[in-house]
Design a binder for this molecule. Sequence first.
Ligand code: SF4
Length: 201
Amino acid sequence: MALDKSVDQSRASKRPLAQAGLQSERLLWPAKKGVFEEEVEQMEDALGLTTLEKAVAWAQTKSMWPATFGLACCAIEMMSIVSSRYDIARFGMEKFSSSPRQADLMIVSGRVAHKMAAPLRQVYDQMLEPKWVIAMGACASSGGMFNNYTILQGVDKIVPVDIHVPGCPPRPEALMEGIVRLHEKIMAGVPPAYQIRGAAS
Ligand code: SF4
């Protein structure tokens, strides 16, 4: 039954089921709790309420597999995040996939020489969607100190980047921070960078 128009909406229940859109007058009416209302409250405490989108985003962030792909000194810092000291397995990410078809995160760790641009793009293209890219370090983000004709001045010229991690090299903690920020973007419903870039073009 829909809530009567005369009911003061500000006094309506703030219980999760009411906020989730259950439009029962007995649930929304705050005064004089009956047995039914108490049982509903117990049920709310025992259940977890979510949406399909949030559940999918949660699964994506908790099973994100990076591609095994290292380019220069930053890669040494990247490798250490699987060690017991940093333990990326806490995020369900202990598996660095050797096959791009089983990876959904590319961590570009190091400077990208022009001759590596095509193989890097090929690995990215072979990854299945949805997929994300982290540019790790000054070189991957902007060419860093290598302002010359051999080095790509930013990997975002050839792949859409979701997160830039600053530093030369960024410590493993900084990379972990970038990964956590990426997870937060996904949980907030921000689409991958290739979708944003595609919509803008
Ligand atoms: S950012 Fe620094 S540590 Fe990383 S690849 Fe460039 S020079 Fe090496």
